[in-house]
Design a protein around this ligand. Structure first.
Ligand code: ADP
Ligand code: MG
Length: 430
């Protein structure tokens, strides 16, 4: 279930045709998860690199500027639980629908949703297709369990009896049930209660005691963000105070500000350059990851001798213009992209990146939205969840944690489920 835009209860939008995937592609995508997690952990801890890349856009993007100014100044990197999701579109040029080249859309380091709802959709599909042969049934998927397991391990490491998890939330959350499932499962599994608070409430109630963040008289062992990724979550200076309090505490952060910024689109653009990747990965690892990247450019970058924005003017349908924002609905396509490119000042242009547009193959699928089903040509986006814990010295664990499939009408640009663009789906091995 979820709330819709009018805040009425409705079922989560679902697709009824699981997306086909070959074993080879599946294994390849799973293997990318720990590698990408490790890369992003290193990037998130490299404050100098984050500054080098992001300082240029703080003049036109206050939000990034505000985050950058608040990266923890401590000597050692913070305890950090990366709960990630690496999102891909299948390339339309792939040998077959199931044997596709995954092309990265983005790597999410904060507030990944649908760990619970994608498990539920997978269970529904396994039930609906229970007469099929075992190998063609939807692939089992439990990102909820794997996320909660990782949370429980991080909390055990913090080792403070009677501590709780803080879930940083928005006040009117459409995707509430997806979040509540994490809270309930964590309590069931580890007897750790969860406090849900907005950043403003945290600043009112929170204090630091011997480095620990204390809320309602309880030490917080893990700060888990399901908000804080958009400027809307910081309506007042108090909200920023709440974020500072978390960052300054010794609690495990999921994520820290550095890790949140590592997920910025500007950083994704920088990381597609081999000379930058070489700072963090071996040649073998770079080979493994680099052909999942499509072209990503700054607007003034020279590509084969001509500025990148010229390519967008010449073939607008081949590119997407992206600001440094998360949560869907911010990217610009076609006419809107051209209008933006023409109207921006030189300073504002630093806050955007240009990304090659991925064309995914379409297949017919049945979408069920608000109780009504339609059959239409669809494309599917496949995300792999990951969990990775940095215990202050080493990576204590780093593993794949299941998948998310979002299926949407082929003529739809954006991919958000809560925004009503996309439907939850599952994967089927072929
Ligand atoms: P957000 O942070 O808002 O989720 P994304 O970069 O994930 O931003 O883009 C939102 C959606 O737009 C994606 O889920 C995908 O459906 C579509 N999209 C993004 N980048 C591309 C691209 N390069 N080619 C095709 N579609 C894209
Ligand atoms: Mg996204």
């Amino acid at each position: 279930m979820k709330y819709n835009a009018e805040y009425k209860l409705t079922h989560a939008p679902i697709a009824l045709v699981p997306y086909p995937i070959s074993r080879k592609t599946l294994e390849r995508m799973i293997a990318l998860t720990p590698l990408s997690n490790r890369l992003m952990l290193k990037v998130g801890q490299d404050r100098e690199f984050l500054r080098e890349q992001l300082e240029i856009l703080t003049g036109s993007d206050d939000f990034v500027g505000n985050l950058l100014a608040r990266i923890s100044k401590g000597q050692t990197p913070p305890l950090e639980l990366l709960i990630s999701r690496n999102d891909f579109l299948p390339a339309a040029t792939s040998p077959s629908l199931a044997d596709f080249h995954p092309q990265q859309v983005e790597f999410n380091t904060i507030s990944n949703s649908f760990a619970f709802l994608s498990r539920q959709v997978c269970q529904l599909h396994r039930y609906l297709y229970s007469n099929d042969s075992p190998e063609s049934k939807p692939i089992a998927n439990d990102p909820l369990e794997k996320t909660v397991e990782a949370m429980a391990e991080a909390i055990r490491h913090y080792d403070y009896p009677g501590s709780c998890m803080l879930m940083v939330v928005q006040s009117r959350e459409q995707n509430l049930f997806d979040q509540r499932a994490i809270e309930y499962r964590l309590f069931e599994k580890a007897e750790v209660p969860t406090i849900r608070m907005s950043l403003e409430e945290i600043s009112e109630d929170g204090v630091l005691k011997d480095g620990h963040l204390v809320l309602k008289g309880r030490v917080v062992s893990l700060c888990y963000f399901r908000a804080g990724y958009t400027p809307d979550d910081y309506p007042t200076p108090q909200a920023w105070k709440g974020r500072e309090l978390i960052e300054a505490s010794s609690s495990v952060k999921a994520p820290s500000i550095g890790m949140q910024l590592a997920g910025a689109k500007k950083i994704q653009q920088a990381l597609c350059k081999p000379e930058i990747l070489r700072r963090y990965l071996s040649t073998k690892e770079i080979d493994q990851i680099k052909d999942t990247f499509v072209g990503l450019y700054t607007l003034d970058e020279l590509v084969d001798g001509r500025p990148a924005d010229r390519m967008a003017y010449e073939s607008p349908s081949g590119y997407v213009l992206k600001p440094q924002r998360e949560g869907g609905g911010n990217n610009l396509y076609d006419g809107e992209m051209l209008e933006k490119l023409r109207s921006m000042t030189a300073e504002q242009r630093h806050a955007y990146i240009l990304m090659e547009r991925i064309t995914a193959p379409s297949q017919p699928a049945i979408l069920v939205v608000d109780g009504t089903s339609t059959e239409t040509a669809c494309v599917s986006e496949i995300g792999r969840y990951g969990v990775c814990f940095f215990n202050g010295e080493d990576i204590a664990f780093n593993r794949d944690a299941g998948y998310l499939v979002r299926t949407k009408a082929a003529d739809q640009n954006e991919g958000g489920v809560c925004a009503g663009y996309a439907c939850l789906n599952s994967l089927r091995l072929v």
